[in-house]
Write a protein that binds this ligand. Structure first.
Ligand SMILES: Cc1ncc(COP(=O)(O)O)c(C=O)c1O
Length: 452
């Protein structure tokens, strides 16, 4: 947990107060402590939760033998060993995909997929703006423009109604992101893609086992991309995968990720039939991932049960809006998000709300910010390459279009979220989360006054 917090930097874990003060339920507590416990911890009261939260990642001693076997075999590279291929077969089966290609990371899975779907210099890709920055980068590295669809404030995912107006004669693909493990509404997205002959690449880097209408995320478009970075539900330090039901596309992905070496149906006279790079997974990554399938399935159930419980409790608090999922879909909650309405908390700012929760021992943070203003896109569109590929008018219109992302702005301004391992805690700990938010709501006038 601590490493994750440092890496992502947006969940500021609570300084949960004096260790000497343990939580006393109101019927056990002497009245002086009952009053103290009711007072927000940020104003000097007793924190609701002092017990810490489950760490991440976790491993078992029983995995060590398999890792040592790889070490001792000397077959560390996928070309000489079987573990990466075993992982690919097993992961495809877990997802109900025809094929899987393991990659070095989620970013390289996206790079492979964009290349294989024909995204080239000077093209445009319609992207969800509310995502980890790697989604933007993968498009930019292909010298294409990430054109942002708006975010639906109710679902935090790509609003299908905002896609068509952004399609130009340069658009090649749509890149929806199942952010926080919450499935995008894929039927309308696929329908638009079909009508405009666009590829659909799912960024499922946070959505292992998430489901939409009976199918797993990652097999809903042409290609699906996954990440197995350390913070993820199926972690291997780094790692990634591309999934698909198309042999042709997966053979192309395999070749591109392996320096252009011909693979599957493309094997012929020439050893190299395409450009390519080295985006291969190592045997060590594969063997660590293989140990965790049962754990992933079991922990996904626990996260879902706790998230459902929280949602049912928290939606009763004025000003707290849990996320709406598309019909007949199941999230896996890489983060558990809520929309916060400061008006219902006497104007207590989102930042102060988060601070008050952290003081209660509840590790909420903010979500993604409006990253298109962070300078990365300005650097790209002012580069020599982009200026050569796009007209000044197109680049100006592109830059100006960020102001149209009203839904995304609302989401960035009002979302608060908790990291996945919190959902692996006990039901009693979930009650602490509910209790802390109720307490802050009850005392929001005092908290807002103290903050002003
Ligand atoms: C939505 C999303 N896309 C892409 C990536 C990139 O994956 P990786 O860090 O494995 O390169 C991540 C990883 O955090 C992600 O969360």
């Amino acid at each position: 947990m601590k490493n994750y917090l440092t890496r992502r930097g947006f969940i500021r874990h609570a300084a949960a107060g004096s260790a000497a003060l343990t939580w006393l339920s109101s019927n056990q507590a002497p009245s002086v402590f009952a009053a103290e416990a009711d007072k927000p911890a940020l104003l000097g009261g007793t924190p609701v939760h002092t017990g810490g939260w489950p760490p991440w990642p976790t491993w078992r001693q029983s995995w060590e033998a398999a890792v040592l076997d790889v070490l001792r075999s000397g077959h560390w590279f996928r070309g000489a060993g079987e573990h990466v291929a075993e992982f690919e077969t097993a992961y495809a089966k877990l997802l109900g995909a025809k094929r899987c290609l393991a990659t070095a990371s989620g970013t390289t899975a996206l790079l492979v997929s964009l290349h294989v779907m024909g995204v080239d210099a000077g093209d445009e890709v319609i992207v969800s703006p509310f995502t980890f920055i790697a989604t933007y980068n993968a498009v930019l590295i292909n010298k294409a423009l990430p054109v942002f669809a708006d975010t639906d404030p109710a679902t935090l995912t790509m609003d299908p109604a905002s896609i068509e107006s952004r399609i130009t004669d340069r658009t090649r693909a749509i890149l929806p992101v199942h952010i926080y493990g919450m499935p995008c509404d894929m039927d309308p997205i696929n329908d638009i893609a079909r009508r405009h002959q666009l590829a659909v690449i799912e960024d499922a880097c946070q959505a292992w086992l998430a489901e939409y209408k009976g199918k797993k995320c990652g097999v809903l478009g042409d290609l699906g991309c996954f990440s197995f970075q350390n913070s993820k539900h199926l972690p291997a330090g780094e790692g990634g995968a591309v999934t698909s039901n198309s042999d042709d596309l997966l053979d192309r992905c395999n070749s591109f990720h392996n320096c252009g070496r011909a693979c599957g149906n493309f094997k012929g006279d020439r050893p190299y039939f395409t450009r390519g790079s080295n985006y291969r997974m190592q045997q060590f990554q594969a063997v660590i991932l293989m140990q965790q399938f049962d754990k992933l399935v079991r922990e996904t159930e626990v996260r879902r049960e706790n998230a459902d419980y929280l949602t049912a409790q928290l939606r009763q608090i004025p000003g707290i809006q849990p996320v709406r999922l598309p019909e007949n879909s199941r999230a896996v909650w890489h983060l558990y998000p809520l929309r916060y309405d400061a008006q219902q908390f006497h104007g207590l700012s989102r930042g102060k709300f988060i601070q008050a929760l952290n003081a209660e021992g509840i590790p909420f943070g903010g979500g993604y910010e409006e990253q298109y203003y962070d300078g990365l896109l300005d650097e790209a569109i002012n580069s020599r390459g982009f200026k050569r590929l796009f007209s000044p008018d197109r680049l100006k219109a592109y830059r100006d279009s960020f102001h149209e992302l009203k839904g995304n702005r609302q989401v960035c301004d009002t979302t608060v979220a908790m990291y996945q391992s919190v959902l692996l805690a006990d039901r009693g700990d979930m009650d602490h989360i509910v209790e802390a938010i109720q307490k802050i709501h009850k005392h929001s006038a005092d908290l807002a006054k103290a903050a002003s």
